[in-house]
Design a protein around this ligand. Structure first.
Ligand code: ADE
Length: 252
């Protein structure tokens, strides 16, 4: 999958995306990061990309011409999705990431200052996307967030040790707590059930922990999940009681 990233700071996105799992994915040819410097497409000798806004008001706007020419140079003529990172966009979610993972090329447009001249966004048919209800200084970090979330869903990007199937959101719940060696650390013991070797009880315990954690931390996700799985209410499941052998198989 090719990610064209139109930005004023190509070094920032290249450095961030050429490391760790995504760096390996690029080496293996599973993803390609094509960072394009918008400033290379200015037509004035000061290499300026911004100007005042019509109608007045504080702040500068990125002009349409260099942004659009960078777009044409990166991906012009190929039909593909173009995304503009902005707090005024559609909220980026796991579902949205899965939808984008099915594409083979996308272009991400990173704004700065007060944003980008609306005509360039229209000409590129850019879909506005937000990574959350807060305002960042530019679109680079949001673009990197999106590339990371989409790339890890591409087959082969995650190894066996980084499997994507049981984690948070895969089933609409937050992930259960996890423990590694030693069995006791700073006086805190690993929950006994995890040492029992009884996989059915471990699964039931994990599901219960996921439900409790989701209910406490993300009541919005919990309500949605419970509406779809009314039999799984946290604390109500037979599998959670110590003296029962009832097992859970309905999830994951
Ligand atoms: N640019 C600035 N803030 C942003 C956000 N929250 N999401 C996407 N792009 C942004």
């Amino acid at each position: 999958m090719v990610f064209n990233i139109l930005t004023l700071f190509p070094g920032m996105v290249e450095a961030g995306l050429n490391t760790s799992i995504l760096g390996r994915a690029a080496e293996k040819g599973l993803i390609r990061i094509n960072a394009v410097d918008i400033r290379d497409f200015t037509e004035n000798r000061h290499r300026r990309v911004d100007d005042y806004t019509y109608g007045g008001g504080a702040g500068m706007l990125m002009q349409a011409q260099p942004v659009y020419d960078a777009f044409l140079a990166a991906a012009g003529g190929r039909k593909h999705r173009v995304i503009y990172l902005t707090p005024q966009g559609r909220l980026f979610t796991q579902e949205y990431a899965a939808e984008l993972a099915a594409e083979d090329e996308i272009t991400l447009v990173c704004g700065h200052y007060e944003g980008i001249d609306e005509r360039a966004l229209e000409a590129m048919n850019a879909e506005p996307v937000s990574i959350g209800d807060y305002v960042l200084t530019g679109g680079e970090l949001p673009a990197m967030v999106l590339v990371d979330a989409v790339s890890r869903l591409i087959p082969g990007v995650l190894g066996n040790h980084e499997s994507a199937d049981t984690e948070s959101f895969g089933n609409g719940l937050l992930e259960y707590p996890q423990y590694s060696r030693p069995e006791e650390w700073m006086g805190m013991r690993v929950p006994e059930i995890l040492l029992s070797g009884d996989h059915a009880r471990v699964d039931a315990w994990r599901l219960e922990q996921s439900l409790l954690r989701t209910k406490e931390r993300r009541p919005d996700l919990y309500e949605k999940y419970i509406t779809e799985h009314p039999e799984e209410k946290a604390g109500k499941r037979a599998g959670n009681r110590k003296n029962t052998k009832k097992t859970h198989t309905g999830l994951q």
